[in-house]
Design a protein around this ligand. Structure first.
Ligand code: ZN
Length: 245
């Protein structure tokens, strides 16, 4: 857990990428840009927990002239894309020029065979596209089962997914998880030093204004969600609002 996993650290990472001549790109353009030998970076954010942390980071990027792709869960208890607040937040992110993708969780289809997962993925992606009025041509898989890594094109077809060899081998892939770079620091990687295309996975929740432990970050998130839920229950229930009187 280093101090680098802060907003300031993230701005530093982006500045270094821009100074080195990297251009942000969309996943759907990866293949084409790779063939052109462009110097580009696919900035990917999987939103597992907290939409508001996403908005903060999306604004930071937009201020620096950078866009990224935001992969969102549809079937989660952690946030609601379809609530007034959730939808407004995603629309604000899209309004800054960012892209949207489906973050697909196989675990909410327990025991489903591949064809059923594929059908579920298609349905979720179409709901997302229809609701927000944008294309979502690329899927990121949440906590990918072993068979997905570097394979399983048919899981998300006709959409691409971010664990295909194109995005994990041909384009150099670096992932941050719980405030740690799993395969080394991007700015120290041979790929960055050689100006090769990069795919960076960054989870906004771990990058706060100040450094914090992952557990503390999750406690804070649960507290915020709890207060939010309580405010909504109170707004919808006289019984709750007048419980002590
Ligand atoms: Zn995830």
């Amino acid at each position: 857990m280093g101090l680098c996993f802060t907003h300031a650290g993230y701005r530093h990472l982006l500045s270094r990428l821009l100074e080195a001549g990297y251009t942000p790109a969309a996943f759907a353009d990866g293949e084409r840009l790779l063939e052109k030998e462009d110097r580009f970076v696919l900035l990917r954010h999987d939103i597992d927990f907290d939409l508001s942390a996403a908005l903060t980071m999306a604004r930071m990027e937009a201020e620096m002239g950078v866009f990224s792709t935001w992969f969102v869960l549809l079937r989660t208890e952690h946030y609601n894309l379809f609530s007034a607040e959730g939808s407004a937040l995603i629309k604000e992110i899209l309004g800054m020029g960012h892209r949207l993708g489906l973050h697909f969780d196989c675990a909410v289809y327990p025991g489903a065979p591949l064809e059923e997962l594929n059908a579920g993925c298609g349905r979720e992606a179409r709901v997302l596209e229809d609701w927000f009025g944008v294309d979502a041509p690329v899927v990121s898989i949440h906590r990918p089962p072993a068979f997905v890594i570097g394979n399983a094109e048919s899981l998300t077809a006709p959409r691409l997914h971010t664990y295909l060899p194109l995005f994990t081998r041909r384009i150099h892939y670096l992932a941050e998880s719980r405030g740690m770079w799993r395969y080394g620091e991007p700015l120290e990687s041979a790929a960055f030093l050689a100006g090769k295309p990069l795919h960076l996975l960054i989870h906004p929740i771990w990058w706060g204004e100040r450094a914090a432990t992952p557990v503390q970050t999750l406690y804070d998130f649960i507290d915020r969600r709890h207060r939010h839920l309580e405010a909504s229950v109170a707004a919808n229930s006289t019984v709750y609002r007048t419980r002590d009187s």
